[in-house]
Design a binder for this molecule. Structure first.
Ligand code: BTN
Length: 245
């Protein structure tokens, strides 16, 4: 079965485009919207996602679920992170890691951001819009010194459609199994790929306060498990903490 890929020259945000399209039509799983440029690309926690026109992949993918509990929605972050990790590692991108919750890093640089927006019905996730911004051929990032691209970390240039297809293929094979795979096994795989795991790192609390800690893993709900200086273990949600790197 072929995936429906809607190719646009420009839109505000592919997540938003797919969300609106969903209202007016019945869409199959893995319907994908990809655009050359976004006018209002969105990132996590209300941030902006900027991407040079025609250089990178900015796309969103639709997936329906039957019995995915809201309490288990972090599964999805894990699976999508594993998909990107697998594809990029297969492409020989060096030292690919996942910065919690789901930024994809190469070494100490961020090369990909993921924004998953879920449509809920009671305690279930019915649909997910999986938005991915993968920096591919862009080579200058202005003053964003932590941002990079596949081209910059590998010295090669890439065909965007080729990478998009690799990602969609892996998404199908991994996501079709999401509801079957045990969380324990997903969590173990994910924790093995965590950026700065078992290293002393600096974190920032909501109020701006900095502290030291060591990432030890994630909880089933997707909280970050951090060991603090006095040997206590604390769990943080995305709103409560950010990793400074
Ligand atoms: C982040 O790192 O904060 C997440 C960035 C997600 C960006 C992608 S680009 C395609 C999709 N459409 C959006 O507006 N955002 C996501």
């Amino acid at each position: 079965e072929l995936t429906e890929i809607i190719k646009l020259d420009a839109t505000d945000s592919t997540n938003l485009y797919l969300k609106n399209l969903m209202v007016s039509s019945t869409l199959k799983d893995y319907t994908t919207v990809v655009t050359k440029v976004q006018k209002k690309g969105r990132g996590q926690m209300g941030t902006k996602w900027e991407s040079e026109e025609g250089k990178n992949l900015t796309f969103s993918v639709l997936k329906h679920f039957d019995a995915l509990k809201v309490a288990h929605q972090f599964h999805l972050n894990i699976v999508v992170s594993l998909v990107l990790h697998t594809v990029l590692t297969d492409m020989n991108i060096p030292n690919v890691k996942v910065k919690w919750p789901n930024d994809i890093m190469s070494g100490s640089k961020k090369i990909c951001g993921i924004l998953i927006e879920n449509v809920l019905n009671g305690s279930l996730v019915k649909k997910s819009i999986i938005g991915i911004g993968l920096n591919v051929n862009q080579v200058s990032f202005g003053n964003l010194d932590k941002a990079s691209s596949l081209a910059l970390v590998s010295g090669r240039t890439f065909d965007l459609d080729y990478i998009l297809n690799l990602i969609l293929e892996k998404m199908k094979s991994f996501l079709d199994k999401t509801e079957q795979i045990s969380l324990t096994s997903l969590k173990t795989q994910y924790e093995a790929l965590l950026f700065r795991k078992d290293q002393v790192s600096t974190f920032k609390e909501e109020n701006g306060q900095l502290f030291f800690g060591i990432i030890r893993g994630v909880s089933e709900e997707g909280k970050l498990i951090v060991e603090l200086e006095n040997d206590t273990i604390k769990q943080y949600s995305l709103k409560e903490v950010s990793l400074q790197f």
